[in-house]
Design a protein around this ligand. Structure first.
Ligand code: NAG
Ligand code: NAG
Length: 283
């Protein structure tokens, strides 16, 4: 849990930059703001403190998402383990179900995060003025009802599933390709070691960021709006106004945020596999 809080504090400025880039509509003929210019604009507002606007929503998000995900996974695992160790397929299903439950639990905090991080770039009469995540939650329910808590849930779920699928799938693909092929020009042959895991996971992170970006941008826009809105409507109006490139807004901060995460995840996974094999060798 403490690790989750540290993670929230470290990644918050990146999340803030990403949401701002995703929700500022492009003006035709004008250059799209880059990651650096959005960061600079944010700091110019109120100094470095404004990089942490909406931090309480990040913390609430970590708590609700991580707590439900880890808690329900442990619960399912212990139920599955009643008659002997469960198969890895069952554990994978449990992990996916837990991820889904975590996503639902984290959705309200995601809405607050999107709104609070981009509040100061909205026109004053469209601002939400949430002072912290808890009072924001109360205001959200008061003005939009309990249904308001699930705004953007569809795109959030699509994003989570795409994220997992594309990461795992492309990691395996890159890894097996590098094991079978030499790198051209430098004639370098990878072996199954840490260097390969790093390269394959960096590439997998790139693929995952790109694949998830459209769902992520739509999610941010749905959550940031307070009126009635549906994903298809937001998609078509944004496409008409800004062209297909809007679907990849905020790619850079999303990649920076996901990159280290992905690398850590796979390097850890490989070490785990190795440890497993030493403990339980296959004959
Ligand atoms: C994604 O994968 C991780 C690790 O395998 C798992 O813990 C998580 O629950 C999954 N999430 C979804 C939404 O499938
Ligand atoms: C937020 O504050 C601004 C003035 O700073 C005001 O114009 C706006 O109506 C407020 N929004 C809400 C939802 O209270």
């Amino acid at each position: 849990m403490r690790l989750c809080i540290v993670a929230a504090v470290c990644t918050h400025p990146l999340d803030l930059t990403k949401v701002r880039m995703q929700t500022i509509p492009s003006v035709p003929g004008q250059k799209r703001p880059s990651t650096v210019s959005v960061l600079r604009m944010t700091v110019a507002e109120q100094g470095f403190r404004s990089l942490y606007a909406g931090l309480t929503a990040s913390l609430l998000r970590q708590m609700s998402y991580s707590l439900v995900r880890l808690g329900s996974y442990e619960e399912m695992k212990s139920r599955l383990s009643r008659d002997g160790p469960p198969s890895s397929g069952k554990l994978l299903l449990a992990a996916m179900a837990a991820g889904g439950l975590g996503g639902i639990a984290g959705n309200p905090a995601d809405i607050l995060l999107v709104r609070m991080t981009s509040d100061s770039i909205r026109p004053p009469d469209k601002r939400y003025n949430y002072s912290n995540a808890i009072s924001g939650l109360v205001q959200l329910i008061r003005s939009e009802g309990a249904r308001g808590l699930f705004r953007g849930l569809e795109t959030n779920t699509v994003r989570a599933v795409l994220m997992n699928g594309s990461q795992v799938w492309s990691y395996d693909l890159f890894k097996s390709w590098f094991l079978r092929h030499q790198l051209p020009i430098v004639n370098f042959q990878f072996r199954d070691n840490l260097a390969l895991h790093m390269v394959a996971s960096t590439l997998a992170g790139t693929v995952a960021t790109t694949v998830c970006s459209p769902a992520d941008v739509l999610r941010s826009r749905l959550m940031s709006a307070s009126g009635k809105s549906n994903p298809i409507e937001v998609l078509t109006t944004s496409l008409r106004g800004e062209g297909p490139r809007f679907l990849f807004k905020g790619w850079t901060p999303a990649f920076i945020r996901l990159g280290p995460n992905t690398i850590f995840m796979f390097v850890f996974l490989e070490q785990l596999k190795k440890g497993w094999r030493t403990l339980f060798p296959v004959n």
